[in-house]
Design a binder for this molecule. Sequence first.
Ligand code: IVH
Length: 659
Amino acid sequence: MDAKARIKDLVDRLNYHSYRYYTLDAPEISDTEYDELFNELKGLEEKHPEYILSYSPTQKIGYKVLAAFEKVKHSVPMLSLANIFNYEELEDFDTRVKKFLSTDTDIEYVAEPKFDGLAVAIRYENGIFVKAATRGDGEIGEDVTDNVKTIKNVPLKLMGQNYPDIFEIRGEVVIPIDEFEKLNLQKMSDGEKTFANPRNAAAGSIRQLDSRITAERPLYFYAHSFTNEDLFKSHSEALIQAKKWGFTVYKDIVVTSDINRIKNYFNKLIQSRDSLNVGIDGVVIKVNDSGLQRELGSIARSPRWATAWKPPAHTTITIVKSITVQVGRTGVLTPVAELESVEVGGVEIKRATLHNASDLEKKDVRVGDTVVIERAGDVIPAIIRVITDPKTHRHGPYKFPMNCPGCNTLVIREGVNFICPNIKCPSRVMESINNFVGRNAMNIEGMGYKLIQQLVEKKFITFFSDIYKLNEATLMMLDRMGQKSAGNVMESINKSKSVSLDRFINALGIELIGLENSRELAKRFGTIDKLFHIKANDLENIEGFGPNIIASIVKFFNDKRNIDEINELHSLGVKINNEQSLSSNKFSGLSFVITGSFENMTRDEISKLIESHGGKVSSSVSKKTSYLVRGTDPGSKLDKAKEFGIKTLGLKELKNLIL
Ligand code: IVH
């Protein structure tokens, strides 16, 4: 191979491997192998500068120093987002969208994080990176091409083939929180001013006149929008395509027509915010369908089809009295700060979570420290940071117990957590039984925390099935248990033996699985034994199921002890009522649009009918629509369907299809 061809070959290979590494998080070669290829390329390029490609990875090191940034006019203005702060406002947003589209069919939304960084737009021509600009005032930004080029997970050449000639992608440049901390430490030891937060650090790094400095900063680009959503059927498809072309998109997003799910997503994301390594400052909710986005358009510099849900941050300052450790049902030890009681946003707070061992180490919270605590929505209060001056006399660093506070077993470290590995640990058993008997689980009335505590301490209960082995005489051996109360508890236990599948799954206490996910599983699988020995690929494509959730379900149902326990419950008379699964799968993979009015059924009823046979109902006609269900006075959707050559059906014809 001659030098020119070898250079091209090396560039393609290195770009491919950096895509594997940064975008897919699945490297195929070691760092050393990468470095060897990189050095070979560098050597060849030095000998043959005439063959250097603009998209060579060697171009990522930064080389130019500018006097000032040039101004760039954005091809399409970079809009901002209107904010909402609670669920009612989300409902209002949903209502506004439907009203504007004159529809009462549910709208499909995407919910994704609102990244707390600096917005940039990147332009590709024939797949090659050509220009990048900051948001500026939305109309005019600054040309930061050389700097954005140095960002490791920004492709200099798009992967694959099917990209448009001109493509502009927008997203947020961020610095991961751990890298931000390292950067500040470095700045401190160099006697330089530190950055106030990761956002400022990212912005400062992108607005560097010397791109060699930018190249040293650990910047990442998260893609989140496109100047031409029309290229794609929907926003979620755009994100999938962007990933294929080599961009990093956030892994955990939600596509749903149920705004309740958005609420759960928001709560979860905000709750886990401190343990994520990227700064997140809310959730962005977008209408998924590109056609609908176009119809909705924008008003006063914000799109009508999107909104940002921001967490209300109630913060205050208080003192840590002590640090205790709680054992959860899965054995995870959670450090908790016991606080001087204070009021935050109208609620009295005495305790705050420190999330996990690693978070506690990072924040270095010590007894006696003055700390900032935050309570956002209905999320458990958390400690944000210590404000005690580190130079003053403080207690020593907190030492995490090496033995489980519940059973004294040696704890083990698993990632960010310490775990008690003893499945018979009384603290674990307490928590899992408490979950098992709960209202959204087996619903055993009268079996409160105090009673469970006694039963566990006296070793009457270790496994779920032990509950169904209890009798009146045993119960009467406990404090404050007369014959009457014992009789009542026995009656509740017997009553609980008939349970719906979703509540039963929830009762099992599988890590990361609450009632909502349990419902999803029940709906999908219909009977409990279909879940036995389940594989990860049986769980893919379920709305809201990310890799962690899937892994947790697989782990649970592939553990023989759990299957044995379920069978034991069964033999003790627990009857799990199967879920009504779909009437049929006849419409699976088909999408329908309903238009006009109907004599014997409402549109809602027709939607439900279609969905019960596995079909999807959307509110606007696109090329992907399979059928238009037409009533009287159809309107413009019929014209559009004709234009795309989409088949139309009357109600009778629809029903014939499912006979
Ligand atoms: S969509 C027209 N998605 O928030 C809106 N923006 O207030 C197009 N931002 O400067 C933007 N995370 O850069 C979108 N997941 C996300 C985002 C996001 C952060 C920024 C965006 C913009 C600002 C809007």
